[in-house]
Structures are given as structure tokens and as C-alpha cells.
Design a protein around this ligand. Structure first.
Ligand code: NAD
Length: 425
């Protein structure tokens, strides 16, 4: 099977390295590698928005659908000034592997709008989200592609998406997840990514015969994911000694009071510096702290070949997507740092999104306790399979995750007839 994609358009992503390694380990055909590394569809749209000043601004956004062999595409939409197509491709690809690893009936997608959300009023944000939805509505739908929140997007924005899509297609709550509970959102969805990461870390510690009680943690990102994982860790007796957002962070050796810090952030226009009994800290210094666990929960690529050597944490729980580059990972591995990879660590969000989608399709709502229990069961079951694969094949956690996920997507692609079947190989 020849691949006719011109070289100039081939993805340059480092995620391809993880996929290619899994393809080689599994001894899959060349055609499979091409199918699995490239995105199925990439849409770029132009979104004119009238600003509050009366001026028209033109924004641009992307929706990338990476692989749909296992089911409808699924992945969040982020609003950020640094959104670029190559990264959206990576993030869409990461969703394919995350969904496959968690055995969810979804393919992978991601969306991004290039904008600075901190400079947009609420009305401007609504206009931008509605405009983006309208432009991508050709390719989304409850059985086609189901968006969700990501960086700088939230439940309210998913409600606008649902409403805008509904204008053309009728009432369709299952077109998007992460909605407000009043509009069919799932109980427990808001906390789900942080909660899933917490369950994973707790289990990792338990398997190592250690306790989270008293463990020290440094956390980058104090948004939806960072806040919830911090609150759960504090509740389990861990000491979150450092926390930072996009404006910088704070350090307190005795452990920060998470609720009080969140209230302080709200009252001080996102400034954390100046919080009681703490000292100010830069994001770079946070990553280098001597702590038991480091949790990147903001942007990708924050740990790389230039700063990985400074990392002193024993474990990295990747709540953000793609926070460690392969070069950074190599340095960390040589230092014996254990990485619990993003495709597993932050899969709680999409797992509860899956529960939300199924509840919407059935017009039914689960209790919060059931959502949390099902989430725990799914995350820990995936972790067991990853550990088994890691030990059987002598891999690290990330390599084991990719091996399992690539195998599942390859099998589905083969059964659907997207790639050679066994008798043709
Ligand atoms: P969010 O918008 O709610 O919060 C982002 C946080 O990161 C904020 O505290 C912000 O101040 C901080 N931040 C932004 N730029 C920063 C910088 N340069 N340095 C330090 N901090 C910075 O986003 P979120 O939903 O919490 O997502 C965080 C990460 O988790 C992203 O990588 C996202 O892709 C990933 N993720 C989110 C979900 C989800 O369900 N929300 C699911 C899986 C993965």
C-alpha cells in the first residue's frame, strides 16, 4: 500500500516517534505506520468577530480529526495565542491513543482557536465560540466528532457550542461533552481529569508501598485540572508546596491551602504572589524543586532538553498534554525519574466525557458516586494492563501505553479494511 502524501505535508511531530516505535515492536506493516501517524482530516476556518469596540477582528481556528477507526472523533477545543496546526495535530493524535488505551469507542480529534482569551470579554468569547462552531459544524456531530473543553474553554462555552450546533441540526446534547449539568452535562465531569490523575498517582504510590500522606508536590497550572488534582491531593494528606499559573507561582514548605489560594487568585486578577505565608516562585523554579512529585498541568513541552537535568522530582504525573519532550524524557529516564504519561494520567476527562455522551444518548443521568466509581475502575484497569505490558516487554510506562493503544487502533483499522489484512502481508 503506497502512501501518496507529499513529503512537505508529512507530520514532523515527535509523537510519530512513539507511534513508530510501537509499530516496530508489534511488527506491523509500513502501511499501518503511515495510516496511524497521519491525520484523517484537517480543517482550518476563519472566524470574523465584532469586538466590543465595534472593530471587526478575524480569528483562525483548526479542527483536526486524527483517526476514527474505533468510533466518532473525540477531543477538546482550546483557546490560546500559541495554537499552531502542528501542535493541534499532535494533540489530536494523542487523543486517538488515549481513547484507545482507555478502551473508549472513540477516535481522536482536537481543536484550537488562536486568540488571547484573557483579552476577550464574555460577549466576544461567545461570538468566537459560536462562530467557530458554525464553521466546523460540517464535520462534527454526535456520531461524527464530539468536542469538549480544554485550555481556556469551559462548560459555558460548551453550552454555546451545543446551542449553535442545535440551530442547524436540532436539539443534540451528545454533540459536545463537558456541558453544564443543567444542559445534560455529567455529574463529576468538571473534576474528572484531576480525579483520574489522582486515582492513578494514589495507586502508583500504593503499589510502591508508599502513601500520599506527607508526600510533597509541585504543580504547574491552577485551572480546571490543576485545581482539582491539588484539592484531592491536599485532602489525601499530600503537601502541595508549590503552585503556579501563567503569571507565576508561590511556595510554602508546610503545604499551600488550596481553597484559600484559589480564592486569592480570583480576588487578585490571577496573581498568586503575595499569598499568605508563601514566597513568590517562577514557573522555571517550580519545575526544578526537590519534591516527591511534579505535576505539569498547564502547557505542553515545558520540560525539555534544556531544563530536564534540573528536575529533582522522583515522579512526574503528566496532567497536561505532551508536557515532556522526548529529549527531555531521555534525560529524566537516565536520572531514574518515573513518568506517568499523559495518555493515561489525564484520561479521566475523556472517560467521563464518554459517560456523559452515553447518558445523553439515553436521556438519562447517573449519580456522581457512580460516575466516580466507574472512572476509578476504568483508570485502574488501564493501569494494570499498562503495567503488565511494561513488564512483559521491558518498556517504560509511555512505551507500554502506546504499544497497547497502537495495537487496538491497528486491529480496528484492519477489520474495517483501512489497511492490509493479515493474508495480504
Ligand atoms: P485551564 O484553562 O482550566 O487552566 C490552565 C492553567 O494553566 C491556568 O491556571 C493557567 O494560568 C495556566 N497556564 C497557562 N499558561 C501557562 C504558562 N505559560 N505557565 C504556567 N501556567 C500556565 O486548562 P485545563 O483544562 O486545566 O487544562 C490544563 C492542561 O490539561 C492542558 O494541557 C490540557 O490540554 C490538559 N487536559 C485537560 C483536560 C480537561 O478535561 N480540561 C483533559 C485532558 C488534558
Amino acid at each position: 500500500m503506497a502512501n501518496h502524501m507529499p513529503d512537505s505535508e508529512k507530520p514532523t511531530s515527535y509523537l510519530c516517534g512513539y507511534i513508530e516505535a510501537a509499530v516496530q515492536q508489534l511488527n506491523l506493516p509500513e502501511s499501518s505506520r503511515d495510516l496511524l501517524t497521519n491525520a484523517y482530516r484537517e480543517l482550518r476556518v476563519q472566524i470574523p468577530v465584532r469586538r466590543d469596540s465595534g472593530e471587526m477582528d478575524i480569528f483562525y481556528g483548526y479542527r483536526v480529526q486524527h483517526n476514527g477507526a474505533l468510533g466518532p472523533y473525540k477531543g477538546g477545543i482550546r483557546f490560546h495565542p500559541e495554537v499552531v496546526l502542528n501542535e493541534v495535530r499532535d494533540l489530536a493524535s494523542a487523543m486517538t491513543w488515549k481513547n484507545a488505551l482507555m478502551c473508549l469507542p472513540f477516535g481522536g480529534a482536537k481543536g484550537g482557536v488562536i486568540c488571547n482569551p484573557y483579552t476577550l470579554s464574555n460577549r466576544e468569547k461567545e461570538a468566537l465560540m459560536r462562530g467557530f462552531t458554525s464553521k466546523i459544524s460540517l464535520i462534527i456531530g454526535p456520531y461524527r466528532d464530539i468536542p469538549a473543553p480544554d485550555m481556556n474553554t469551559n462548560a459555558q462555552m460548551m453550552a454555546w457550542l451545543m446551542d449553535e450546533y442545535g440551530k442547524k441540526h436540532g436539539y443534540s446534547p451528545a454533540v459536545v461533552t463537558g456541558k453544564p449539568v443543567e444542559l445534560g452535562g455529567s455529574l463529576g465531569r468538571k473534576e474528572a481529569t484531576g480525579r483520574g490523575a489522582f486515582y492513578l498517582l494514589e495507586d502508583y504510590y500504593k503499589k510502591a508501598s508508599r502513601s500520599l500522606n506527607g508526600a510533597t508536590v509541585a504543580l504547574q497550572g491552577f485551572g480546571n485540572v490543576g485545581y482539582h488534582v491539588a484539592a484531592l491531593l491536599e485532602n489525601a494528606g499530600a503537601k502541595v508546596v508549590a503552585l503556579a499559573n501563567h503569571l507565576g507561582g508561590v511556595y510554602c514548605e508546610a503545604g499551600l491551602d488550596i481553597q484559600a489560594l484559589k480564592a486569592y487568585e480570583k480576588d487578585n486578577a490571577y496573581q498568586l504572589a503575595g499569598f499568605a505565608d508563601s514566597s513568590a516562585l517562577t514557573n522555571e523554579a517550580l519545575l526544578a524543586l526537590n519534591v516527591d512529585c511534579l505535576i505539569p498541568a498547564a502547557l505542553g513541552h515545558v520540560i525539555h532538553e534544556k531544563n530536564a537535568d534540573a528536575v529533582q522530582a522522583r515522579v512526574i504525573l503528566e496532567c497536561a498534554n505532551l508536557p515532556v519532550t522526548p529529549q527531555g524524557e531521555k534525560i529524566l529516564e537516565d536520572k531514574g525519574v518515573v513518568i506517568l504519561p499523559d495518555v493515561l494520567a489525564n484520561a479521566g476527562g475523556v472517560t467521563v466525557s464518554y459517560f456523559e455522551w452515553t447518558q445523553n444518548l439515553q436521556q438519562f443521568q447517573w449519580e456522581a458516586a457512580k460516575v466516580n466509581q466507574e472512572l476509578k475502575t476504568k483508570i485502574l484497569a488501564a493501569f494494570e494492563k499498562v503495567i503488565h505490558c511494561k513488564e512483559t516487554h521491558g518498556l517504560n510506562y509511555r512505551q507500554a501505553c502506546y504499544r497497547l493503544a497502537v495495537e487496538r487502533v491497528h486491529k480496528a483499522s484492519q477489520l474495517r479494511g483501512y489497511t492490509n489484512n493479515l493474508s495480504e502481508q
